[in-house]
Design a protein around this ligand. Structure first.
Ligand SMILES: Nc1ncnc2c1ncn2[C@@H]1O[C@H](COP(=O)(O)OP(=O)(O)OP(=O)(O)O)[C@@H](O)[C@H]1O
Ligand SMILES: Nc1ccn([C@@H]2O[C@H](COP(=O)(O)O)[C@@H](O)[C@H]2O)c(=O)n1
Length: 218
Protein backbone atom coordinates (compact mmCIF):
# COMPACT_ATOMS: atom_id res chain seq x y z
CA UNK A 1 0.00 0.00 0.00
CA UNK A 2 1.20 3.53 -0.80
CA UNK A 3 1.42 5.65 2.34
CA UNK A 4 1.64 9.43 1.90
CA UNK A 5 2.67 11.32 5.04
CA UNK A 6 1.97 15.06 5.23
CA UNK A 7 2.99 17.42 8.05
CA UNK A 8 2.73 21.15 8.43
CA UNK A 9 1.74 24.06 10.66
CA UNK A 10 -1.83 25.15 11.44
CA UNK A 11 -3.75 26.42 8.44
CA UNK A 12 -1.23 25.20 5.88
CA UNK A 13 -3.96 23.22 4.12
CA UNK A 14 -3.09 19.74 5.38
CA UNK A 15 -6.67 18.53 5.87
CA UNK A 16 -8.34 20.09 2.86
CA UNK A 17 -5.48 19.38 0.44
CA UNK A 18 -4.98 15.81 1.71
CA UNK A 19 -8.66 15.04 1.37
CA UNK A 20 -8.88 16.39 -2.19
CA UNK A 21 -5.65 14.61 -3.19
CA UNK A 22 -6.93 11.33 -1.70
CA UNK A 23 -10.14 11.69 -3.70
CA UNK A 24 -8.16 12.27 -6.92
CA UNK A 25 -5.93 9.26 -6.27
CA UNK A 26 -8.64 6.86 -5.02
CA UNK A 27 -6.90 6.71 -1.63
CA UNK A 28 -8.13 6.88 1.97
CA UNK A 29 -7.38 9.92 4.09
CA UNK A 30 -6.60 10.07 7.80
CA UNK A 31 -6.78 13.36 9.72
CA UNK A 32 -4.74 12.78 12.90
CA UNK A 33 -5.43 16.19 14.46
CA UNK A 34 -9.05 15.01 14.75
CA UNK A 35 -8.03 12.41 17.36
CA UNK A 36 -6.23 14.99 19.55
CA UNK A 37 -9.24 17.26 19.14
CA UNK A 38 -11.69 14.45 20.00
CA UNK A 39 -9.73 13.66 23.18
CA UNK A 40 -9.75 17.38 24.09
CA UNK A 41 -13.51 17.45 23.44
CA UNK A 42 -13.97 14.38 25.66
CA UNK A 43 -11.99 16.04 28.45
CA UNK A 44 -14.19 19.14 28.30
CA UNK A 45 -17.34 17.01 28.07
CA UNK A 46 -16.40 15.06 31.21
CA UNK A 47 -15.18 18.06 33.17
CA UNK A 48 -11.53 16.96 33.11
CA UNK A 49 -8.87 19.60 33.71
CA UNK A 50 -6.79 19.66 30.51
CA UNK A 51 -3.79 20.99 32.46
CA UNK A 52 -3.66 17.75 34.51
CA UNK A 53 -1.78 15.13 32.42
CA UNK A 54 -2.72 12.21 34.69
CA UNK A 55 -6.42 12.97 34.25
CA UNK A 56 -5.95 13.04 30.45
CA UNK A 57 -4.10 9.72 30.54
CA UNK A 58 -6.94 8.20 32.60
CA UNK A 59 -9.38 9.28 29.87
CA UNK A 60 -7.66 6.97 27.40
CA UNK A 61 -9.11 3.94 29.24
CA UNK A 62 -12.55 4.93 27.96
CA UNK A 63 -12.02 6.77 24.69
CA UNK A 64 -14.20 5.05 22.03
CA UNK A 65 -12.84 7.07 19.11
CA UNK A 66 -13.67 6.39 15.47
CA UNK A 67 -12.97 8.26 12.24
CA UNK A 68 -14.14 7.96 8.65
CA UNK A 69 -11.20 7.58 6.28
CA UNK A 70 -13.07 7.66 2.98
CA UNK A 71 -12.62 11.20 1.60
CA UNK A 72 -16.34 11.38 0.79
CA UNK A 73 -17.47 9.98 4.14
CA UNK A 74 -15.51 11.90 6.74
CA UNK A 75 -16.79 11.76 10.33
CA UNK A 76 -15.36 11.79 13.82
CA UNK A 77 -17.18 10.00 16.64
CA UNK A 78 -16.65 9.41 20.33
CA UNK A 79 -18.87 6.43 21.10
CA UNK A 80 -22.21 7.15 19.44
CA UNK A 81 -21.71 10.94 19.53
CA UNK A 82 -20.83 12.60 16.24
CA UNK A 83 -18.24 15.26 17.14
CA UNK A 84 -17.18 16.13 13.57
CA UNK A 85 -18.19 19.79 13.95
CA UNK A 86 -17.84 20.11 17.73
CA UNK A 87 -14.09 19.37 17.67
CA UNK A 88 -13.52 22.48 15.50
CA UNK A 89 -15.08 24.83 18.06
CA UNK A 90 -12.68 27.49 19.43
CA UNK A 91 -13.06 26.09 23.00
CA UNK A 92 -11.59 22.78 21.80
CA UNK A 93 -8.88 24.41 19.67
CA UNK A 94 -7.88 26.46 22.72
CA UNK A 95 -6.99 23.37 24.80
CA UNK A 96 -5.90 20.81 22.20
CA UNK A 97 -2.18 21.65 22.43
CA UNK A 98 -2.22 20.92 26.18
CA UNK A 99 -3.70 17.50 25.42
CA UNK A 100 -1.19 16.82 22.62
CA UNK A 101 1.89 17.54 24.72
CA UNK A 102 1.28 14.59 27.09
CA UNK A 103 3.73 11.81 26.07
CA UNK A 104 1.35 8.95 27.05
CA UNK A 105 -1.41 10.50 24.93
CA UNK A 106 0.93 10.77 21.95
CA UNK A 107 2.16 7.17 22.32
CA UNK A 108 -1.41 5.86 22.52
CA UNK A 109 -2.58 7.85 19.49
CA UNK A 110 0.47 7.00 17.36
CA UNK A 111 -0.45 3.31 17.71
CA UNK A 112 -4.08 4.10 16.92
CA UNK A 113 -3.04 5.98 13.75
CA UNK A 114 -0.93 3.03 12.62
CA UNK A 115 -3.81 0.63 13.18
CA UNK A 116 -6.07 2.86 11.08
CA UNK A 117 -3.47 2.77 8.27
CA UNK A 118 -3.44 -1.04 8.46
CA UNK A 119 -7.24 -1.16 8.32
CA UNK A 120 -7.41 0.72 5.02
CA UNK A 121 -8.52 -1.34 2.03
CA UNK A 122 -7.70 1.23 -0.68
CA UNK A 123 -4.43 1.10 -2.70
CA UNK A 124 -3.09 3.99 -0.66
CA UNK A 125 -3.72 6.34 2.23
CA UNK A 126 -2.81 9.97 2.88
CA UNK A 127 -2.23 10.68 6.55
CA UNK A 128 -1.67 14.21 7.80
CA UNK A 129 -0.66 15.91 11.03
CA UNK A 130 2.47 17.21 12.73
CA UNK A 131 4.69 14.15 13.33
CA UNK A 132 3.61 11.82 10.54
CA UNK A 133 6.77 12.09 8.41
CA UNK A 134 9.00 11.65 11.47
CA UNK A 135 7.21 9.46 14.04
CA UNK A 136 3.95 7.89 12.85
CA UNK A 137 5.07 6.81 9.36
CA UNK A 138 8.76 7.63 8.85
CA UNK A 139 8.94 4.88 6.19
CA UNK A 140 6.04 6.30 4.16
CA UNK A 141 6.32 6.06 0.37
CA UNK A 142 6.01 9.84 0.00
CA UNK A 143 6.76 12.33 2.79
CA UNK A 144 5.71 15.95 2.44
CA UNK A 145 6.03 19.12 4.51
CA UNK A 146 3.14 21.33 3.41
CA UNK A 147 3.81 24.90 4.34
CA UNK A 148 2.86 28.51 3.63
CA UNK A 149 3.85 31.82 5.19
CA UNK A 150 2.13 32.67 8.46
CA UNK A 151 0.50 35.62 6.71
CA UNK A 152 -1.07 33.39 4.04
CA UNK A 153 -2.22 30.83 6.60
CA UNK A 154 -3.81 33.49 8.78
CA UNK A 155 -5.63 35.01 5.81
CA UNK A 156 -7.03 31.59 4.79
CA UNK A 157 -8.15 30.77 8.32
CA UNK A 158 -9.78 34.18 8.81
CA UNK A 159 -11.68 33.75 5.55
CA UNK A 160 -13.38 30.57 6.81
CA UNK A 161 -14.20 31.66 10.39
CA UNK A 162 -16.91 34.28 10.63
CA UNK A 163 -17.34 34.05 14.41
CA UNK A 164 -13.85 35.23 15.37
CA UNK A 165 -12.07 38.50 14.53
CA UNK A 166 -9.12 38.29 12.12
CA UNK A 167 -6.77 39.48 14.86
CA UNK A 168 -7.96 36.84 17.31
CA UNK A 169 -7.74 34.10 14.68
CA UNK A 170 -4.18 35.13 13.83
CA UNK A 171 -3.17 35.22 17.48
CA UNK A 172 -4.66 31.74 18.14
CA UNK A 173 -2.97 30.20 15.10
CA UNK A 174 0.41 31.63 16.01
CA UNK A 175 0.16 30.64 19.68
CA UNK A 176 -0.96 27.08 18.80
CA UNK A 177 2.02 26.67 16.43
CA UNK A 178 4.35 27.96 19.15
CA UNK A 179 3.00 25.48 21.71
CA UNK A 180 2.95 22.54 19.27
CA UNK A 181 6.49 23.30 18.06
CA UNK A 182 7.81 22.58 21.54
CA UNK A 183 6.67 18.97 21.13
CA UNK A 184 7.36 18.17 17.45
CA UNK A 185 9.24 19.94 14.68
CA UNK A 186 6.85 20.50 11.80
CA UNK A 187 8.44 23.70 10.54
CA UNK A 188 11.58 22.10 9.08
CA UNK A 189 11.61 19.20 6.65
CA UNK A 190 13.39 16.11 7.98
CA UNK A 191 15.82 14.25 5.68
CA UNK A 192 13.99 12.87 2.64
CA UNK A 193 10.89 15.02 3.18
CA UNK A 194 9.78 17.15 0.20
CA UNK A 195 8.60 20.68 0.98
CA UNK A 196 5.57 22.06 -0.86
CA UNK A 197 5.20 25.77 -0.18
CA UNK A 198 1.65 26.77 -1.12
CA UNK A 199 2.02 30.50 -0.37
CA UNK A 200 1.81 31.40 -4.06
CA UNK A 201 -0.30 28.43 -5.17
CA UNK A 202 -4.07 28.31 -5.21
CA UNK A 203 -5.92 25.34 -3.72
CA UNK A 204 -6.11 23.29 -6.95
CA UNK A 205 -2.44 23.89 -7.75
CA UNK A 206 -1.50 22.66 -4.26
CA UNK A 207 -3.59 19.51 -4.65
CA UNK A 208 -1.97 18.89 -8.07
CA UNK A 209 1.51 19.29 -6.56
CA UNK A 210 0.73 16.52 -4.05
CA UNK A 211 -0.95 14.25 -6.60
CA UNK A 212 1.93 14.66 -9.10
CA UNK A 213 4.48 13.83 -6.43
CA UNK A 214 2.61 10.64 -5.50
CA UNK A 215 2.18 9.58 -9.14
CA UNK A 216 5.87 10.08 -9.91
CA UNK A 217 6.84 8.02 -6.86
CA UNK A 218 5.43 4.82 -8.45
N1 LIG B 1 -3.19 26.61 -1.60
C1 LIG B 1 -4.26 27.13 -1.03
N2 LIG B 1 -4.75 28.29 -1.47
C2 LIG B 1 -5.79 28.87 -0.89
N3 LIG B 1 -6.46 28.36 0.19
C3 LIG B 1 -6.03 27.21 0.67
C4 LIG B 1 -4.92 26.54 0.10
N4 LIG B 1 -4.69 25.42 0.82
C5 LIG B 1 -5.65 25.41 1.78
N5 LIG B 1 -6.46 26.47 1.67
C6 LIG B 1 -7.56 26.83 2.57
O1 LIG B 1 -6.96 27.17 3.82
C7 LIG B 1 -7.83 26.84 4.88
C8 LIG B 1 -7.08 26.02 5.91
O2 LIG B 1 -6.85 24.73 5.39
P1 LIG B 1 -6.91 23.42 6.28
O3 LIG B 1 -8.00 23.49 7.30
O4 LIG B 1 -6.91 22.28 5.34
O5 LIG B 1 -5.51 23.54 7.02
P2 LIG B 1 -4.84 22.60 8.09
O6 LIG B 1 -3.38 22.64 7.83
O7 LIG B 1 -5.50 21.28 8.12
O8 LIG B 1 -5.16 23.42 9.43
P3 LIG B 1 -5.21 22.93 10.94
O9 LIG B 1 -3.91 22.29 11.24
O10 LIG B 1 -5.39 24.22 11.70
O11 LIG B 1 -6.38 22.01 11.07
C9 LIG B 1 -9.02 26.11 4.24
O12 LIG B 1 -10.08 27.04 4.11
C10 LIG B 1 -8.50 25.69 2.88
O13 LIG B 1 -9.52 25.59 1.90
N1 LIG C 1 0.03 14.54 14.28
C1 LIG C 1 -0.52 15.49 15.06
C2 LIG C 1 -1.71 16.09 14.73
C3 LIG C 1 -2.22 17.04 15.57
N2 LIG C 1 -1.60 17.36 16.72
C4 LIG C 1 -2.20 18.26 17.70
O1 LIG C 1 -3.59 18.38 17.44
C5 LIG C 1 -3.94 19.74 17.25
C6 LIG C 1 -5.06 19.84 16.24
O2 LIG C 1 -4.57 19.49 14.97
P1 LIG C 1 -5.25 20.06 13.62
O3 LIG C 1 -4.38 19.53 12.52
O4 LIG C 1 -6.63 19.53 13.59
O5 LIG C 1 -5.26 21.53 13.72
C7 LIG C 1 -2.64 20.45 16.87
O6 LIG C 1 -2.67 21.82 17.21
C8 LIG C 1 -1.63 19.67 17.71
O7 LIG C 1 -1.67 20.13 19.04
C9 LIG C 1 -0.40 16.76 17.02
O8 LIG C 1 0.21 17.07 18.06
N3 LIG C 1 0.13 15.83 16.19
Amino acid sequence: MTVVAIDGPAGSGKSSVSRAAARALGFSYQDTGAAYRALAWTALDRGVDTEQPEQLVALLRDFPYSIGIHPDDYFVRVGATDVTDAIREPRVTAVVSAVARVPEVRAYLVELFRSVIRSSSTPGIIIEGRDITTVVAPDATVRILLTATEEARMARRSAELSTESAAKTAQQLSSRDAQDSKVVDFMNAADGVVTIDSTDLDFDQTVSAVVDLVRTSD
